[in-house]
Design a protein around this ligand. Structure first.
Ligand code: HEC
Length: 264
């Protein structure tokens, strides 16, 4: 795919450095950076990838069904995660994209997931595609699936996992995200089981992360939080990651989607 260099992001971060020194940093920082978010670059790269013929079947993803019908992008992201009968499971955006790469393009899971998280120099396919697809839900209400029994199961699993303590430090998600006012250094630790806090956050994924000059997705976020818990790395698109994303998205129901956006 096309190489994305994000000098713009670095310049932006440097220009904003003084904001860190002031009070009410995060609100100011978000407001200022949002105006200059380089997310559009990723959306364009994602569009290219969506239309690019790839894999043994030399096919594009243009007929991928993200839940609203083959090739329909409008509103698709706002309605995910949801149950897909053709796969027999609940999927979030990235999991569904992988499914389409495998079924439409004939790619193997191993090949398609070789590089799921990119870096500051080059976004991964999933990151660019996520930005492109999510953009088409901007301004729409978040409404993840919750009526199918498998959707209820996935939500319940996500909720249980959120409070389930495990790993060498006996941490759950709630250890860091279960109380108001917690923080690690510069980072506020949002209370993610509370609609008041989680709604504005879920409304802004995927996002350009200024501190690392790269675009990040929710699958990346789940990985990074499991890493912070000293837990084994979860499999990309596993039921565990999808369930956690599902739980937080259902908790954000009704919020207007405003991404792809910008994060710290
Ligand atoms: C050891 C503490 C810790 C644990 C445990 C933890 N996280 Fe996090 N989480 C963080 C930190 C630090 C951030 C980054 C905050 C920032 O970037 O400002 C974060 C950010 C997040 C965000 C992004 C919020 C936003 O800005 O949109 C989500 C979502 C999230 N965590 C979910 C989870 C889930 C789900 C779990 C359990 C699987 C979990 N976290 C476990 C520390 C933790």
């Amino acid at each position: 795919m096309r190489k994305l260099t994000c000098g713009a992001g670095i310049a932006l971060a440097l220009a904003l450095a003084p904001a860190y020194a002031q009070k009410s940093i995060y609100a100011d920082y978000q407001r200022m950076t949002a105006e200059n978010a380089p997310t559009e670059l990723y959306e364009l790269a994602g569009e290219e990838l969506w239309k690019k013929k790839q894999g043994p079947k030399n096919a594009s993803l243009e007929s991928c069904d993200l839940g609203q019908g083959p090739g329909v992008l409008k509103g698709a992201y706002a309605a995910l995660p949801r149950y897909f009968a053709d796969a027999g499971r609940v999927m979030d955006l990235e999991t569904r994209l992988l499914h389409c790469m495998m079924t439409l393009q004939g790619r193997s899971r191993e090949e398609a997931t070789k590089r799921v998280f990119g870096n500051a120099d080059r976004a991964s396919e999933f990151e660019a595609l996520s930005a492109y697809v999510a953009r088409e839900s901007n301004g729409m209400k978040i409404a993840a699936g919750r009526s199918h029994p498998k959707e209820q199961e996935s939500y319940e699993l996500g909720r249980e996992l959120f409070y389930h303590r495990a790993g060498p430090w006996d941490f759950s998600c709630a250890s860091c995200h279960g109380e108001e006012g917690k923080r690690i250094r510069m980072s506020d630790l949002p209370k993610l089981d509370d609609p008041k806090y989680v709604r504005p956050l879920m409304a802004t994924w995927p996002a350009y992360r200024v501190s690392t000059s790269k675009i990040v997705t929710l699958q990346w976020r789940m990985n990074d939080c499991y890493r912070q818990m000293r837990m084994p790395e979860p499999a990309f698109g596993s039921d565990v990651t999808v369930a956690l994303i599902h739980f937080m998205t259902v908790t954000s129901e009704g919020e207007t989607y405003r991404g792809p956006a910008i994060k710290r």
